[in-house]
Design a protein around this ligand. Structure first.
Ligand code: PFF
Ligand code: NA
Length: 442
């Protein structure tokens, strides 16, 4: 039977869509990537730029993806084929490629979080920074890493293979509340630590001179992080909105998703920095492994650190799972819509391919960093930029009508939104792309 005969799947409940979008947004980007970017890019000054980008760039861009998905009721490749002419038709392919690249290494990192949960339960965190680093290098690459990468990918395949309502929606209704409750709990614990005061000062009082000195790296990093953390630029929100079917206020939904993602990232800083400061670990340690090395060392130093650490890393694993689901769903929805594959077969084939692509990252941390940089600073930004140009400049009245479905007459808000997409969003993404390419070429 071809998929044309089966009615398109849809979310069962309003909250199901919101949880799925929040589950996608809240992930390693918030808990692993965000604190190390803050540390690497100069603390609170980076945080401020990041927040500006979230509101001024992320919010309008998310609404663009929502309307494209709801309007076309298609996967990103099909959606762009329907909306674009000429070369624009192929923009959807960038999203598919990005999904493959990101999930390949995202799953490797997620595997580390499982390993570090187990390590906590074994009381295995090492307080000495040098030893913690050596331990990380052993655990993060090689056979251990590949096995956990495989286990994580298998879990993603199973959930996505079960379908929108019985797989994804059910999973996020459990995972997302768990993430929120545990994160808040850990932040309260962290507030009781000795180093909390110094940590808050570092995290919350910007040194503006840092921006003037390092804007060429802060700007692309903050724009890339804003896109990455909100799951923008690779068709996730297009895909999830394509299962909506009903008229609802997408601006409200977008605000909820962005508010929760930003809150979780912010609160994670309130967990990570007090722990690091209390254990005397430098938050500016660069690189993808930083959080594992420095946090694990800090956990090794704290009373009951093993338990707090296990809870922390388990939460990260859960958050990674609900994001990974969305990454895979983009490609799976394409395979179902356009290739007439059944869902479980599509998930298994695609997940298998992503697993293979991730093997180099599981062997060599340098490669993982390169994949991450390439996906985040180039692919996501490129796909996002092209989509924003297309919708902002040549589909604006269609987009405004579609956003108004479920809200009513947008009045001047509609125009304001489109102009935000046309100029500031496009400009920021363009500059970020150029700087990102230069940075990558170095
Ligand atoms: N938003 C996720 C995070 O912050 O971890 C990562 C992500 C998921 C990026 C899905 C892109 C994406 F399409
Ligand atoms: Na995020």
């Amino acid at each position: 039977m071809s998929s044309v005969d089966i009615p398109r799947e849809a979310w069962a409940t309003r909250i199901g869509f919101i949880f799925a979008a929040v589950g996608s947004a809240v992930g390693l980007g918030n808990i692993w990537r965000f604190p190390f970017q803050v540390g690497q890019e100069g603390g609170a000054a980076f945080l401020v730029i990041y927040l500006v980008f979230i509101v001024a760039v992320g919010f309008p861009a998310m609404l663009v993806e929502f309307v494209v998905g709801r309007y076309t009721e298609r996967n990103p490749v099909g959606a762009l084929r329907e909306l674009g002419s000429g070369a624009w038709q192929y923009v959807g392919w960038i999203f598919i490629a990005t999904g493959f690249v990101i999930l390949s290494y995202y799953s490797v990192v997620a595997g580390w979080t499982i390993r570090y949960t187990i390590l906590g339960l074994q009381d295995g965190y090492l307080a000495d920074a040098g030893e913690a680093e050596a331990q990380f290098v052993t655990l993060a690459s090689g056979l251990d890493a590949i096995v956990l990468h495989a286990i994580f990918m298998a879990a993603v395949i199973l959930i996505v293979g079960m379908g929108i309502q019985r797989g994804i929606e059910l999973a996020v209704k459990v995972l997302v509340p768990a993430i929120i409750v545990i994160t808040v709990g850990l932040a309260i614990y962290a507030a009781t630590l000795e180093g909390a005061g110094d940590a808050y000062a570092y995290y919350l009082s910007p040194e503006w001179s840092v921006i003037a000195e390092n804007w060429t790296s802060i700007l692309p990093a903050a724009a890339g992080q804003a896109f990455f953390t909100l799951s923008l630029g690779m068709g996730v929100m297009i895909t999830y909105a394509s299962y909506l079917g009903e008229n609802r206020n997408l601006a409200e939904d977008g605000a909820i998703v962005i508010g929760l993602d930003t809150a979780i990232a912010f609160v994670t800083g309130l967990i990570v920095f007090p722990i690091l400061f209390t254990a005397g670990v430098d938050p500016a340690d660069p690189g993808a492994g930083a959080i594992f090395v420095s946090l694990a060392a800090a956990f090794g130093d704290l009373t009951f650190g093993w338990l707090i650490g296990a809870v922390f890393f388990a939460t990260v694993a859960i958050a990674a799972l609900s994001s990974a689901i969305s990454l895979m769903e983009v490609v799976v929805s394409y395979a179902i819509d356009e290739r007439n594959l059944d869902r479980m077969t599509a998930a298994a084939l695609i997940g298998g391919g992503m697993f293979l692509l991730g093997i180099p990252s599981a062997y060599d941390l340098v490669l993982l960093d390169l994949f991450d940089l390439f996906a985040d600073q180039i692919l996501l930004v490129l796909g996002g930029l092209l989509l924003m140009i297309l919708v902002g400049w040549s589909l604006s009245s269609l987009a405004i009508d579609e956003l108004g479905r479920g809200i009513g007459d947008l009045g001047s808000y509609g125009t304001a939104w489109i102009w935000a997409v046309r100029i500031p969003v496009v400009l920021v993404l363009f500059v970020a792309l150029v700087l990102g390419v230069l940075d990558y070429a170095e």
